[in-house]
Design a protein around this ligand. Structure first.
Ligand code: COA
Length: 386
């Protein structure tokens, strides 16, 4: 196995890109990343995407994007793992470079969701749940998370308002991110008054429906310094899975897939939660942020919300999360988010996060969740150059 590094990153601003096609979105991010890395071709291209067939009538994104990017002939695939698709694509790229099958690999996550009606998008997102036992019973994806949040509040004695700092922190950080969807802060008072989407989940607990694309370029770590002034090593890449349906899980309030994924990542990296300077987690809903913090070892069972209550998740807190706005406020173009998270961590480790810089960030973790916890992909990144 070879060490793998990221030598270039790129992104397009998350938003409602009604006049931009899915291939143009992917191209924008891909060209930015390849331009930064100074490469014109790649040995392989992986496209992370969940819903292109359902929402844009376009599958076969691997060849489509390769051709559109001027890389006709290059081996290329779409990787799908629900909302974890982008991180899944990165995992595939990592395996290819680590295993010596490729030297330069481009990974792009792309999603275009806003051309369809809210009802169509809700039905499409529900495909990440269990089709026979959840979605067919009328459970939307928001509803699955609402049930988890309600159960969490009941078991651990929290009320809705106790989750407010997840939104306050994410929006505050997004307000300094030019690529963020919601570049405005929100207050705890606004959180209290936000309209309910699916009780107890409100608008300010939810990530938005949006469009976007982000990309990274991978190379063997031993040549990365000659290709980039600020390469970032992928110190760990790991996946864990769990039952797709929540009722089939050992404990609905423990993300066993995340526990497995993160344990494997810590083992590969040779460290633990105490080594992580920032954590880009899957805050598609506030409840997911709480459960991810617990699964990754930053809090005990039921303690994730307490970290938020004590504001330990802020930029200068014990474990900064959503440092550029996270899925909540930077936006969650589902199949692209896993790559955006990694781009955010890379910028933090390079010291390029501007007003959102985590002081002296050396090691960052990104974790992407497919479905309500069935596929969990964790990457630990480390600064290579002082
Ligand atoms: N947070 C904050 N504000 C939001 C928002 C969010 N998540 N979503 C929409 N808004 C704002 C819009 O900017 C708009 O503001 P404006 O009136 O000032 O322009 C307003 O709320 C209404 O926007 P609209 O797009 O009509 O919202 P909606 O009610 O159709 O959709 C949700 C809101 C929460 C239902 C939708 O974003 C949603 O389904 N989110 C969850 C997506 C999901 O499940 N993703 C997968 C997770 S793994």
């Amino acid at each position: 196995m070879r060490d793998v590094a990221i030598i270039g990153v790129g992104q397009v601003a998350v938003g409602e890109h009604w006049t931009t096609s899915i291939r143009h979105l992917a191209l924008g991010a891909l060209q930015a990343a390849m331009g930064e890395a100074g490469v014109r071709r790649a040995d392989m291209l992986y496209v992370g995407n969940m819903l292109s067939g359902e929402l844009t009538g376009q599958e076969h994104l691997g060849a489509l994007v390769a051709d559109f990017a001027g890389m006709r002939g290059t081996e290329a695939f779409k990787i799908e793992a629900a909302c974890g698709s982008g991180a899944g694509a990165l995992r595939m790229g990592y395996i290819a470079v680590a295993g010596g099958m490729a030297d330069i690999v481009v990974v792009v996550g792309v999603e275009k969701m806003t051309d369809m009606s809210g009802a169509d998008v809700t039905a499409a997102l529900a495909m990440a749940a269990d089709g026979d036992y959840e979605a067919s019973q009328g459970l939307s994806f928001v509803a699955v998370n609402a049930l988890l949040m309600r159960r969490y509040m009941f078991e651990h004695g929290y009320d809705r308002q106790d989750f407010s700092f997840f939104a306050v922190n994410a929006h505050r950080n997004a307000s300094h991110n030019p690529n963020g969807m919601f570049q405005f802060p929100v207050t705890a008072g606004q959180f209290a008054r936000a309209k309910l989407v699916c009780d107890p989940i409100s608008l300010l607990d939810s990530s938005p429906v949006c469009d976007g694309a982000a990309a990274v370029v991978l190379a063997p770590a031993d040549v990365a310094r000659s290709l980039s002034p600020a390469p970032v090593r992928i110190g760990a890449s790991a996946v864990g899975t769990d039952a797709v349906a929540v009722h089939d899980r050992r404990d609905p309030l423990v993300l066993d897939g995340a526990v497995l994924s993160v344990r494997r990542a810590y083992q590969q990296f040779g460290g633990g939660p105490e080594d992580i300077d920032l954590f880009e987690l899957h805050d598609a809903f506030s409840i997911m942020a709480a459960l991810s913090l617990e699964a990754a070892g930053f809090a005990e069972r039921g303690g994730g919300v307490r970290l938020a209550l004590e504001e330990d998740i802020g930029l200068s807190g014990r474990i900064p999360i959503a440092t550029m706005g996270g899925l909540k406020a930077r936006g969650h173009p589902v199949g692209a988010s896993g790559v955006y998270q990694v781009v955010d961590v890379v910028q933090q480790l390079r010291g390029l996060a501007g007003a959102n810089q985590v002081p002296n960030a050396r090691i960052g973790m990104a974790q992407s969740v497919g479905g309500s916890g069935a596929t969990v992909i964790t990457h630990i990144l480390e600064r290579m150059v002082e």
